[in-house]
Design a protein around this ligand. Structure first.
Ligand code: NAP
Length: 542
C-alpha cells in the first residue's frame, strides 16, 4: 500500500539522508513498480535561479525511483528550452509525465507526503491501469466537457495524497478531456495566494473551487461532474459483498489495536476508514507520551501502527460507511461495497469542535484552519492566532512557532488546562499569550485579515490584524453513524456502553474517543484491544 510506505521527507537534505540509510526503500519501490509495461518519460523543467532546493529535491526523488524502475526516464530542461515554450512551462521546478499523451504537471517537487501521489501516478501510467470503483467509472464516463483541474497540496499534509490520487485517476483515465496541475503551495505561494488557497488540499476545476479537503473517490468524481462540491454519495444497493466476522469502523489507535487483537484471536477482521489510517494522531505534530517512543511525529506513529495492523487485517482507506443494518448478520454498507459481519466495532473517534463565530465558516480554508500540521507551513513569517487552552492548542502553537510562524495563543481563561510540561515549553519558547480573551469575529475580503477579540475581565473589545486563525478547542465525538443506527448516547453525546464495550444493539460495540473519557492515544489503543477481546468472548467463546 503506497500510502503507508514512506517516512516523512520534507526536503532534499532529509531525502538524501533517508536514501542512504533506508535500504528497504529500494526493495519496496521495486515491488511497487514490478510489472510496468510502458516506458515512462519524465520531463523536469528547472531554472537554477528559482527554487533550487526544490529543483534538487525533485531530481533526488526521481533518481531514487529510477533506481528501482529502469523504465522511467528523466530528461531535464531549462525554462528557456523550446520544450518549455511548447508545453507552456513557466515555473521551476515543473514535472511533466509522458507529456505527449497526458496533460499532468507537478508544479514544485513531489516531496514529503506528495511522494505517495507521484509514485501512484507513475504506477498507474506504467501499468496502464487506473483502479476506479464501479460508481466512479460510470460518473467519469459521463463527463463530456473539458476540465482543467488544479489541486493545491503541501508536503506536510497527510490528506493531500488522497485527493491528489483522485484527480490523477481522472486525468489518467480521460487524458483527452482532463488536464491537471498539482501545485505545491510552499514552493509556489504566489499561485496559492492568487487562488486564495490557505489550506490544503483544495481542488479547482475550470477555475471553480470544487473541493475543500480530501474526498472519497466517488464524491470527487461527482464534484468534477457537477463542478461544485458534493458531500453525499448514495451508492446503489447491488454493491459487492464481503463476508467477515468483525467490521471495525475507524482506523485510529482504537480501531487498529482492535483489528490486531481480533484477528490474532481468530476473528476474520476488516477495518474501514473514510480518511487515512491514523485518525487524529496522523495530524498531531509531535507525540511525547506514547510508551516506548520518547518523541515521535504523529504521522510517523500513525504509519507505524498502520503497518503493524496491516500485518493482520485488511484496511479499506478512503471508504465511508453510509449505513449499518443490525440483525443476526449485520450489514455495513459503504460507498463501495457491502460487508456482512457477525459484529461491528464503532471506533469512529472524534472531530474538531467549531467555535461557531461569525466568519469561521466563510474563511475556512482562507485563513481559518484546524490543522497546523497541514496548513501551518503556509503561514511561515505570517501572523496567526491559536484559540484554545488545552493540550492540542498548546501543542499546535509550539509547532507553529517551531516552523517560523508568528503565533500568539488566545485563551478564554486566566490559565491553561494543558499539561504543565507543555505550558512550560510555551513560556520557554516565548510564545505570546493573551488570557481572558474570546474570539468573537473573523473578518477579511477573500482571506482572513482582522479578528475581533473580547476581554471578558475588562469587558473590552479590540481588533487585531492577523493572517490566520487556528482553532483548537477540543473535539466532539463522531456519532452520526451511531445515531443513524439507533445506538444510545450518553447525556454528553458519547456512545453509551457497558463495561465490556457493548452498546444497546446486539453485536455492535464501541471503543476509543467516541466513548468519552481520557483522550490519550495509549488509552484509545487499550480500549480497542479490550473491545476486541470482548467481541472474541461473545462470538467464539461466550
Ligand atoms: P480540551 O482539553 O477539551 O481543551 C479545549 C480547550 O478549548 C479548553 O482550554 C477550553 O477552554 C477551550 N474551549 C472550548 N470551547 C471553547 C470555546 N467555545 N471558545 C473558546 N475556548 C474554548 O481539548 P484539546 O486540547 O483539543 O484536547 C482534546 C483531548 O486530547 C484532551 O483530553 C487532551 O488531554 C488530549 N490531548 C492530549 C495531548 C497530550 O497528552 N500531549 C495532546 C493533545 C490532546 P476551557 O479551559 O475554558 O474549558
Amino acid at each position: 500500500m503506497v500510502f503507508l510506505m514512506f517516512n516523512q521527507v520534507f526536503d532534499g537534505k532529509e531525502l538524501s539522508k533517508n536514501m542512504k540509510t533506508d535500504k528497504n526503500v529500494n526493495k519496496k519501490l521495486e515491488k511497487l513498480f514490478k510489472g510496468i509495461s510502458k516506458e515512462i518519460q519524465i520531463f523536469l523543467f528547472t531554472d537554477p535561479a528559482k527554487n533550487e532546493s526544490n529543483n534538487s529535491a525533485a531530481r533526488l526523488i526521481i533518481s531514487m525511483i529510477m533506481e528501482a524502475a529502469p523504465d522511467i526516464k528523466l530528461e531535464e530542461f531549462n525554462l528557456e528550452d523550446q520544450l518549455a515554450h511548447k508545453f507552456d512551462v513557466k515555473d521551476s521546478p515543473t514535472l511533466l509525465i509522458n507529456p505527449e499523451r497526458f496533460n499532468i504537471r507537478w508544479v514544485g517537487a513531489p516531496a514529503g507526503e506528495e511522494i505517495r501521489s507521484f509514485i501512484e501516478a507513475l504506477r498507474m501510467i506504467g501499468l496502464n491501469r487506473v483502479d476506479l470503483g464501479e460508481h466512479s467509472k460510470k460518473i467519469i464516463q459521463s463527463i463530456e466537457g473539458k476540465c482543467d483541474i488544479k489541486i493545491f497540496t503541501s508536503p506536510n499534509c497527510p490528506y493531500c495524497p488522497i485527493q491528489a490520487i483522485n484527480v490523477l485517476k481522472a486525468a489518467i483515465n480521460k487524458p483527452e478531456l482532463i488536464s491537471l496541475e498539482i501545485i505545491d503551495v510552499l514552493a509556489n505561494p504566489e499561485i496559492a495566494e492568487k487562488y486564495g488557497a490557505f489550506s490544503v488540499p483544495q481542488t479547482f476545476a475550470n477555475e471553480n473551487l470544487i473541493a475543500h479537503g480530501a474526498q472519497s473517490e466517488e464524491l470527487f468524481m461527482m464534484s468534477l461532474k457537477t463542478m461544485e462540491e458534493q458531500r453525499i454519495f448514495i451508492p446503489e444497493s447491488d454493491a459487492k459483498e464481503v463476508k467477515t466476522d468483525l467490521v471495525v469502523i475507524g482506523c485510529g489507535p482504537a480501531g487498529m489495536a482492535a483489528g490486531i487483537y481480533a484477528q490474532r484471536s481468530g476473528l476474520k477482521t476488516v477495518i474501514i476508514e473514510r480518511n487515512i489510517p491514523g485518525g487524529q494522531v496522523a495530524i498531531t505534530p509531535i507525540v511525547e507520551n506514547y510508551p516506548g517512543l520518547t518523541q515521535v511525529g504523529g504521522r510517523n506513529l500513525a504509519e507505524i501502527m498502520a503497518a503493524h495492523a496491516l500485518e493482520y487485517v485488511k484496511i479499506f482507506p478512503g471508504e465511508e460507511v453510509i449505513q449499518i443494518y443490525p440483525d443476526d448478520q449485520i450489514t455495513v454498507l459503504t460507498n463501495r461495497r457491502k460487508f456482512i459481519a457477525k459484529a461491528v466495532l464503532l471506533a469512529t473517534g472524534a472531530k474538531y469542535r467549531h467555535l461557531n463565530v461569525e466568519g469561521e465558516l466563510q474563511f475556512a480554508g482562507s485563513g481559518v484552519s484546524y490543522c497546523s500540521t497541514c496548513d501551518g507551513p503556509l503561514f511561515k513569517g505570517k501572523k496567526v492566532i491559536v484559540v484554545g487552552g488545552g493540550n492540542s492548542a498548546v501543542t499546535e502553537a509550539l509547532h507553529l512557532k517551531n516552523i517560523g510562524v508568528d503565533v500568539t495563543i488566545i485563551h478564554r481563561r486566566d490559565s491553561f488546562r494543558a499539561q504543565e510540561h507543555l505550558v512550560k515549553n510555551l513560556y520557554d519558547n516565548n510564545v505570546p499569550i493573551i488570557f481572558n480573551t474570546e474570539l468573537k469575529k473573523i473578518e477579511g475580503s477573500n482571506h482572513v485579515e482582522t479578528i475581533e477579540l473580547y476581554n471578558n475581565k475588562r469587558k473590552k473589545t479590540a481588533r487585531k490584524q492577523v493572517d490566520g486563525v487556528f482553532i483548537s478547542i477540543g473535539y466532539e465525538p463522531a456519532v452520526e453513524l451511531a445515531n443513524k443506527t439507533g445506538i444510545e448516547l450518553t447525556d454528553e453525546g458519547y456512545i453509551k456502553h457497558d463495561s465490556k464495550h457493548r452498546t444497546n444493539i446486539k453485536g455492535i460495540y464501541s471503543a476509543g474517543d467516541v466513548e468519552g473519557g481520557y483522550k490519550q492515544i495509549v488509552i484509545a489503543a487499550g480500549l480497542g484491544a479490550a473491545a476486541a477481546m470482548t467481541i472474541f468472548e461473545d462470538l467464539i467463546n461466550p
